[in-house]
Every structure is written in structure tokens, then in C-alpha cells.
Design a protein around this ligand. Sequence first.
Ligand code: SAH
Ligand code: MG
Length: 214
Amino acid sequence: MERTPESYFDALYETDADLERVAERLREAGMRDISVAAGYGRLLTLLVSASGAVNALEIGALGGYSGICLARGLPAKGKLVSLELKSEYAELAKANLTAAGHGDKVEYLVGEAAANLRQLKESGASFDFFFIDADKENYPLYLEACLELANPGAIIAADNTLLRGKTIDPAKQGPSVQALRQFNLTIARDARLQGVHLPAYDGLALARVKAGAD
Ligand code: SAH
Ligand code: MG
């Protein structure tokens, strides 16, 4: 395997049975393993716990890898709401979170994330932490929806900001690429956000939703 800064650091960590199980189940189901990178999974756990988040929202569940990472950072009374298009993925993710000891913390809302985000807004829900990792064309829309659901000081994380290099390749102009460029610019410039971009792996954006005073 090619040695990269990412693979060097990843190899320092002990294997994680609960996360290995997710990869195994994805393989068994013949699903592509597009779970968040190991280092960013660790970062999500760290940020959720360091921020003291109690209610977290994930957009895009797949097999529950990032769900486990998010749930691990939450306190015992914490809750994770996860939006997933496909019911069979939500079921797989639920089984994997349950096997990891976090099944009681998570609720899956199946269907188009945009529709479930509207429902959450109507129900008056609000969150302290967001992880955006579903269909890339909708990242700008998801960011706005997260801002509407955010408690002051909430953290927003979003995966795959580099789209395997396509984001920085001027020859690439497809809808996902254009959406990610717009999303990345908003993270950098929007007055409501304090943003930062991490270029390791496939890129991760982080932002803090400013509170009234800052
Ligand atoms: N966050 C996961 C990986 C998510 S992969 C992890 O790191 O473990 C992207 C997921 O988004 C897939 O499961 C896909 O089914 C889901 N998805 C794609 N389009 C969606 C949509 N419109 N609404 C909700 N989920 C969607
Ligand atoms: Mg991703």
C-alpha cells in the first residue's frame, strides 16, 4: 500500500472492532465502503465530546461508521438523528450502532434528507452538532437547513470537500463539483460562520455557527 501521511497516522491507532465490523458488513452486503476516513471519524468523536454537544444530526448514514463516531462523543443522555435515503442502509446502520452499544441513542429518518430537514424544522427541533455527508449536489441546501436548525455555537462538519481532487480541477464542472465549490466558499466567507477547511483525506469542512455576540 502506498505510504501517505494519512496511512502513517492511521497505522498508529489500535484496530477498532466496532468500526471494523461496519467495513465487514458493507463488504458482505456488496456495498461500496465510502465511510468517512478513519482520522476524520476520530476527529468527529473528539469534536462532539469537546463541544459538549447533546443533540447531533447526521445527513447520510450508509453503514453507521460516522454514526458510531458521533454517538461515541455524546453523553449518555445524548441523541443522534440520522437522515438516510435508503431504508436498508438505515437498518444496517442501526444494527451496527446497536452492536457498538449506541443503538438507544440513534433515530433514523428514512427518505430524502431535504424533506426530513423541513419536517425537523417544523417540529421545532434544534441541534448542537451536524455532519453533512450525503448527496453532494445538495450540500449548499443542507448547509442552509443546518443553519436553521442550529443552536448558537453549533458545529457543522462536512465530508468530501475535495471530491477526490475534482473540486480543485478547473476542467471539472459537473453539478457536484460546482455545488462543493459554492459550499466551500460559503464555509470560508459566510458572516454567520467561523469556518476552516482540512485538506487531508478527501477534505473536511468545519464551521462554528456564530452566537449573537460574536
Ligand atoms: N456518513 C457515512 C457515509 C455516508 S455515504 C459514514 O461516514 O459512515 C452517503 C449516504 O448518503 C448514502 O448512504 C446514501 O444513501 C445517502 N444519501 C444519498 N442521497 C441522499 C438523500 N437525498 N437524502 C438522504 N440520504 C442520501
Ligand atoms: Mg463522505
